[in-house]
Write a protein that binds this ligand. Structure first.
Ligand code: ADP
Ligand code: PMV
Length: 471
């Protein structure tokens, strides 16, 4: 191509950027859901389930941008010149990559609308809505950060995060999109290992701000906690006392990577309905409910203090702290149950985990079904204290108990995801080469399932290939 152009006497085109991959984690609320709605603190942590976005630049002659979001079978191509650049470029509308955007512009949304509403006309309405939300988040960011001669590119997405289960799948893809587009418009420096802390922090803030814009498109009124955790990884203490002001967020960078079972009850839930239930209960019994919410707040703060003061590299310290975290998870769950947001499936799950003695369980997110998290006890052997209070029960092999539990969960229709809590935030694999192997678009899009995606591109393949901003 370059040779052809040169032959016609025009300028040589720049060499194509190599394919690269960006990635970001999902999240789970570890302590404080529901209480957070009433101004109390909550802790959310990254999980090791992640989204991966492979960016394959095409030759300049193509002038197209394509989304291949395989998990939802979304495949759509726009002609770059046909997009509403002029509306986005109007005075006062065009954003700089360092601008802080906190609301969506209705005029820009309207200009985008014809380019979204014709996507996937033949798929069933619920899925079509999901396609439009994801494509809308991408396009708003593409038009805000890009320009009319943006490089033609195919954006291929695979995620190991279950979609729409309260595990932050949308925030994770928004962080990937923001990171990719900011890298492509050269608005990010690094990540590189000797990058100054303040510089790394600035890049993460930039990604987080644009990921929030994507979340605005998908959700309308996001709190910002999901994209903050997906960008920064690890965990965050979050509190919003006044809904007219931004929340206070402290990133907990020393949050330990803890082994976790993430269990889906497969019971459909509505977060909005559960939130309304707690609101109604509080109206009826203000003093009682306020006391429960205060207890949840005390749990969150106790956990924050323990984590801040634990040296997780010391085995003894870590074990003690994990037990502290676990016990408070159980108490947090019971308080949520008392607020009426559990479900018989969640209670059954908790009973099974308690019986097995492998760890501590609580519901996560809205409740009324959905997912629960089980923090696993550390060490190969565990001394069980069973749900019936028989603390003298003899020690038994943790992995055998875990095996039995997993079998039982499977038999009873629970779906289990193995994951760790904590871990890295936005990551970059540039170029898309891992363990000496180039990741091409076809392979990336055709590997069959979550495990295969992790096997193909996960950081365990080559610990030094993926780079992260580390303030
Ligand atoms: N892997 C994915 N591929 C394409 N779109 C995705 C993916 N994951 C999330 N999304 C987008 O995010 C939306 C889900 O957001 P939401 O309902 O908040 O679920 P969650 O609680 O998992 O974030 C989907 O409808 C879709 O638009
Ligand atoms: C119940 C609540 O505290 C958490 C809901 O979490 P999720 O969307 O179910 O992950 C509601 C909220 O914080 O908006």
């Amino acid at each position: 191509m370059a040779a052809q152009t040169a032959a016609k006497g025009r300028k040589d085109s720049n060499p194509l950027a190599p394919p690269f991959i960006v990635s970001a984690p999902g999240k789970t609320i570890v302590y404080g859901e529901h209480a957070v709605v009433h101004g109390k603190a909550a802790i959310a942590a990254a999980i090791s389930l992640r989204s991966y976005l492979l960016c394959t630049t095409l030759t300049k002659s193509r002038r197209t941008v394509t989304l291949k979001f395989r998990d939802l079978d979304l495949d759509h191509t726009w002609n770059i010149p046909d997009l509403p650049w002029s509306t986005f470029a109007q005075p006062g509308k065009k954003k700089k990559y360092y601008d802080r955007v906190t609301t969506l512009d209705e005029e820009l949304l309207a200009a985008m609308e014809p380019h979204i509403s014709n996507i996937s006309p033949d798929v069933e309405p619920h899925l079509r809505k999901q396609h439009h939300a994801a494509a809308g988040a991408f396009l708003y960011l593409f038009l805000s950060l890009g320009w009319q001669d943006s490089p033609p590119c195919v954006y291929s997405l695979r995620s190991t995060i279950p979609i729409g289960q309260g595990l932050g799948s949308s925030a994770s893809i928004c962080v990937c999109i923001a990171t990719a587009l900011l890298l492509q418009c050269r608005a990010l420096s690094g990540p590189h290992p000797d990058q100054q802390s303040s510089e790394a922090e600035e890049q993460l803030q930039r990604i987080n701000q644009w990921a929030f814009v994507g979340e605005l498109v998908i959700h309308g009124n996001p709190s910002g906690i999901d994209n903050t955790v997906a960008t920064n990884g690890h965990a965050a203490l979050f509190q919003r006392k006044d809904y007219n002001k931004p929340p206070s967020v402290s990133i907990i960078r020393n949050f330990p990577e803890l082994p976790l079972l993430l269990i889906d009850t497969c019971q459909p839930k509505s977060t909005a309905a559960e939130v309304a239930k707690v609101g109604a209960l509080k109206k009826k019994h203000p003093a009682v409910v306020e006391a429960i919410l205060d207890s949840i707040d005390a749990i969150t703060r106790s956990v924050y203090e323990v984590i801040s003061n634990t040296d997780f590299t010391s085995h003894e310290d870590a074990e003690k702290s994990i037990a502290h975290l676990g016990e408070l998870m159980s108490v947090n769950h019971s308080l949520l149950t008392s607020l009426g947001v559990s479900h018989p499936r969640l209670e059954r799950l908790r009973y099974l985990v308690d019986q097995s003695g492998v760890g501590w369980t609580k519901l996560t997110g809205g409740g009324g079904g959905g997912c629960a998290i089980t923090l696993l006890k550390s060490g190969a052997k565990a001394t069980t204290s069973s749900a019936n209070g028989d603390s003298s029960k003899t020690a038994h092999d943790l992995s055998a108990a875990l095996g039995d539990l997993e079998r039982q969960l499977g038999e009873e229709g629970f779906v289990k995801y193995e994951a760790t809590l904590g871990g890295e935030g936005a990551g970059v694999l540039y170029p898309a080469v891992i363990a000496g192997k180039e990741i091409d678009q076809d392979t990336f899009l055709t590997v069959p399932d979550r495990e295969a995606v992790e096997d193909l591109v996960g950081e365990h393949n080559d610990r030094n290939a993926w780079k992260y901003w580390r303030p």
